[in-house]
Design a protein around this ligand. Sequence first.
Ligand code: MV4
Length: 504
Amino acid sequence: MIRKILIANRGEIAIRVMRACYEMGIRSVAVFSEADRTSRHVLYANEAECIGPAPSNESYLCIDKILDVAKRHKVDAIHPGYGFLSENAEFARRCEEEGIIFIGPNPQTMIDMGDKIQARRHMIAAGVPVVPGTQDQLNSPEEAVGVCKAIGFPVMIKASMGGGGKGMRLVHRAEDVVEAYNACKSEALSGFGDDTVYIEKFVEGPHHIEFQILGDKHGNVIHLGDRECSVQRRHQKVVEESPSPFLDPELRQKMGSAAVAAAKAVGYVGAGTIEFLVDKYKNFYFLEMNTRLQVEHPVTEQVVGIDLVKEQILVADGHELTIKQEDVHQRGHAIECRICAEDTENNFRPAPGIISRLVEPHGPGIRIDSAVYEGYEIPMYYDPMIGKLIVWATCRQYAIERMRRALYEYKVAGLVTNIRYLRRIIDVPQFKEGNYDTSFIEVNQERLRPRPGFKNDSEDMAIIAAYIDYLMNYEENKPDNINENSSALNRWRAFGLQKGVLRV
Ligand code: MV4
């Protein structure tokens, strides 16, 4: 029986996992790097131990150090979160060897799905549609040219060990195949230590739609519906929602069954994701399988009302799934925005620093999964995502309106964030209409640039100006001088109006 879990991760996902542990009466053990001594995941855990210097390859990626802590703290299981060691089959195997439960699929499933040619073969055998292309690796540039001509241009040459947008080449003409083939192979070798490549027909303007699946150790697999993840920039998701506004009930049902078949084909245990490309004619194709809990899992949780981490822990502990497919229903609509410390005006470069002021949104339908607090310094060593804002409402339109409101309430001072950029995304008509695909960010580039004098910006300016005013007149603002008509906020707004920076 699982009584203590080590969380081999940091930030918001470490806390997310510990919250499930707390509710289940399970003790949590945090590991942290020297840069994370003051991180909230360290404070939240029941036990915590430093595992080394800031760089991940000297801390969060050190299998030996993590297993050493796990053994000394006598944990029953390890949760890897996402990123870091979460899809590392070697880590899963080492845990098994030490008699510690790895909360995730078995190592062989991770190996099989990490190899994209292998994954495609499994899917074909299971009757899951894959993008037309080669079933075997390519052995020469001549063979590549022949295959491309047979499939028809445009095509993509992909590294078998790639994924997430790394190690792929788009080719439009026969005369470009040899160069692309060689470039892809050498990139694959240096990036993944394996130069195996294959070819797929290029699907133009696809939607990225994924299905959440859950399997137990008794062969039961269910799916928990879909997520639309087409708002991406350079293969980084920015906004995700569930359910996808692009799917109709019939297609959703077909893709859900395909996702379950895909998971069953590889004996999947735990929470996983089947990624599909869906073209404009609503043809769908298996793309990749992610053998971990994903960043965007909360939109699914909000819509189906199931705690995915709790289910992960239960199935890892050998329990049979108690949820039947017919009991899973998507209710209402959820949207997630990834809040990042990055400068969207300067090529989205990471903007670490100290959070001097933080006001998070609250109220109906709001969920924040974050790991930051006022005074916290965002280290430069890790992903600049500082948290996730998830909203739920009864329908998509209400969810969008709620997200607008929440992004307006969200105030982070001291560093640059993408919050304003996110506000602009959800105001794009194409997003509101819900008929966007993976080209959304590129196609709407102009609309996503800041417009000087735009209402949101001037309101922020008014608040900042008024805050300075408030500080300068601190004496006057002592509690006994404040009545209903001159509360601090009203004074800030009045100041903004007086200066002409705030309309209404
Ligand atoms: C594709 C594709 C079109 N056709 N494969 C990008 C990430 C990697 N996981 C696979 N990717 C793609 N593979 C074929 N045959 C288009 C993409 C793609 C993409 C996929 C999902 C979400 C965003 C994307 C952005 C650009 C390209």
